[in-house]
Write a protein that binds this ligand. Sequence first.
Ligand code: AVJ
Length: 320
Amino acid sequence: MTDLTVHLTRDDVVRGLRSDVLTGLTATPKTLPPKWFYDARGSELFEEITRLEEYYPTRAEREVLTDRAGEIAGLSSARTLVELGSGSSEKTRLLLDALRDRGTLREIVALDVSEAALTSSVEFLRSAYAPAAVHGVVGDFTQHLALLPGAAPRMVVFLGGTIGNFVPVERAKFLSALRDNLAPGEWLLLGTDLAKDRDTLVRAYDDADGVTAEFNRNVLHVLNRELAADFDVAAFEHVAVWNEEEERIEMRLRATRAMRVRIPAMNLEVDFAEGEEMRTEVSSKFQPDRVASELADAGFALTKWWTDKLGRFGVSLSQA
Ligand code: AVJ
């Protein structure tokens, strides 16, 4: 048995889902938060997305980390690496290898909402980075930042552009909360996808093979399974649009016919009009100076900024 610290029980997760579904499906327009994409199937589909020709962010960020991991380790001399939303943590290994080579790595903290995902990554990290201590924490990075263990200086690593899933108010709150929970001198390594031409962005979120469409619809399978909802998943089509004013990609699910969906577990019935769109994700794309100013607003001091050669994706190292 892998020992994990659990700040989020199965009951907490179901309560959170119900609350998000009630809020989102009774709102106009309807919305669902993207965190519910990632059951086992959704996580698999996301891994598949990262290998698509059209989906450049993963490769662009990996290029930066491959080229700069040594420099990041040297600048930070972190003793603890904290990964938020650990996922498959393949890119994090580049950083862990560099910190180990530099001789500063003592502890690794992996935080994820999924106990199953954590168990396998913690097992791997323990064997690959012994004698470093590995702490697996089941938790939500919007709720449990105060509970992250590890010897200072820690480097909190938030990769993939996941910060883009927040709307601006949530993003400011998250960055301030993170800053408040770090001691002066501790580090944030943040991956941010950058604003670019509309076509490249829309292709990245509406791939030719339809993998992103399946990923998007998967949230309806999650609601059907977890809440006994009766969404006719095939009656929703995937939509990815570039919202120019807000500088973000929005994924939506469009009802192809009028329908009533029943969610008996919540005593809820929801009507969709034909053509109605429900927003399932925002993925914000940044101007580099906007990343810098938002970090500054949260009280971080930017140490260094890198992008891939094509300037598609940015990685910032900043200090609390
Ligand atoms: C994992 C949140 C960074 O926004 O690009 C991929 C998720 N959504 N394709 C992103 C996602 C559609 C991804 N993040």
